[in-house]
Design a protein around this ligand. Structure first.
Ligand SMILES: *Cc1c(COP(=O)(O)O)cnc(C)c1O
Length: 402
């Protein structure tokens, strides 16, 4: 009994983000006082908050052009359209990702071709090479912030004339060998939704160095003929070439969200350091637990540890469920990507029944063992050490009993 009552319990909230910084709140209040919330509603000579935000995000990533939009999912659909993906086209994408990724492909009437996942939780480059001939575009999801060998991936895609769109929803602020995540592909998409790396409730970015694709994306997003009010954008003559052929599929960002985001972008580098301290505290705390396989970070990867994954490879479903249950009882919220039924934000490629898929046994083995934990910055490093102690104890107990 005494052992039970002295058990450590975690009481933090896994979905509680930090407050919006005061500087962002005052910037938001100023926009509201001005009444000019729509991005094209600017005073003469004024660059609105949305245009300024785009300039700042372009400069943060080193991209020539940036477009702020209504969501990360919108950014992905817009990128596919801007690259000319049409109904019925196939688009390569990760089998291990979240529902908005195949959803964006389906939103343009295209059909996902799923590529497997490795034990390092990145796209399986062998499988990619085998399937690269089937499509002209890869929607590459850096799922849960794991970045594959981008040089090897780009070599495969270049050799097969596959254009890469990067889904950087989990890698904003990260990179591969010093190149910011999102700068390898022809376009990259980011989310500014509450659970990502900056928080405007909803929102997203698209970046590119391809002038024609970006001009199309800006018109697609709903610029009408007001595209000259953009700053991180191609010249007017590029728009002249595409403006009569590009539909308006409204999905703009407004000045209010942009105002909330600008100070957060400035703080992103410090936030990344804070996330990684917490991520590494969990990783170091659970490393070496019998039966538990940690995902080590490769040398070239500049990761952002806003969540952590580990694998219970080849465990029975009952024992994994037992670990989830025991951790849950001690306040540790783990998500399981392997469950047959989609739950909360987790789902599997075979749960997206609108998208045909072949069985992928190697991938299934990994998905069946992936556990995931969010790391909000409202947790302290000490909290993360406690989380690791609980996971270590409960995984160990179930493993020993098995
Ligand atoms: C959140 C997320 C998106 C979509 O972002 P929204 O802004 O919510 O539309 C895309 N891909 C991944 C992997 C995500 O986690």
């Amino acid at each position: 009994m005494s052992k039970r009552t002295s058990r450590e319990i975690f009481t933090g909230n896994f979905t509680q983000q930090e407050p919006i910084p005061e500087s962002a709140i005052s910037a938001a209040v100023e926009v509201m006082q001005s009444g000019r919330l729509h991005r094209y509603n600017v005073a003469p000579g004024e660059l609105g908050e949305a245009a300024l935000l785009e300039q700042e995000f372009a400069s943060l990533t080193g991209a020539d052009y940036c477009l702020a939009v209504a969501s990360g999912g919108y950014a992905m659909g817009c990128a596919l359209r801007a690259l000319g993906v049409e109904p019925g086209d196939k688009v390569l994408t990760n089998a291990f990702t979240l529902a908005p990724v195949p959803g964006a492909i389906a939103s343009v009437g295209a059909v996902p071709v799923f590529v497997g996942v490795t034990e390092g939780l990145v796209i399986d480059l062998e499988d990619l090479e085998a399937k690269a001939g089937q499509a002209d575009v890869l929607m590459l999801s850096h799922m849960r912030g794991h970045i594959c060998d981008m040089d090897a991936l780009m070599a495969i895609c270049d050799a097969n004339d596959v254009k890469v769109i990067e889904d950087c929803a989990h890698t904003m602020g990260g990179g591969w060998k010093g190149v910011p995540s999102g700068r390898h592909g022809v376009m990259a998409c980011y989310s500014t939704q509450t659970y990502k790396h900056v928080n405007s409730g909803e929102g997203g970015f698209l970046i590119s160095n391809d002038e024609e694709a970006m001009a199309r994306a800006i018109i697609l997003s709903g610029s009408y003929m007001l595209y000259e009010r953009h700053a991180a954008a191609p010249s007017s003559e590029v728009f002249e070439r595409v403006k009569y052929h590009t539909p308006n599929v409204s999905g703009r960002m407004d000045n209010l969200r942009a105002a909330i985001l600008r100070p957060q972008l400035q703080a992103l580098p410090q936030q990344v350091v804070a996330w990684n301290e917490r991520h590494d505290a969990v990783l170091n705390g659970v490393r070496g637990t019998p039966g538990l396989h940690v995902v080590e970070r490769p040398d070239g990867e500049d990761y952002v540890g806003s969540s952590i994954q580990f694998l219970l490879l080849d465990w029975t479903e009952e024992n994994i469920a037992e670990v989830l249950h025991r951790c849950g009882e001690r306040g540790v919220e783990l998500k399981w990507f392997g469950g047959a039924e989609p739950v909360a934000f987790t789902s599997r490629y075979d749960s997206w029944r609108y998208a045909p898929s072949q069985p992928m046994p190697k991938t299934d083995r990994i998905l069946k063992g992936v556990l995931d934990m969010r790391i909000p910055l409202t947790f302290s490093v000490a909290d993360c050490e406690l989380l690791a102690r609980i996971i270590r104890a409960e995984v160990g107990a179930v493993y020993q009993a098995a």
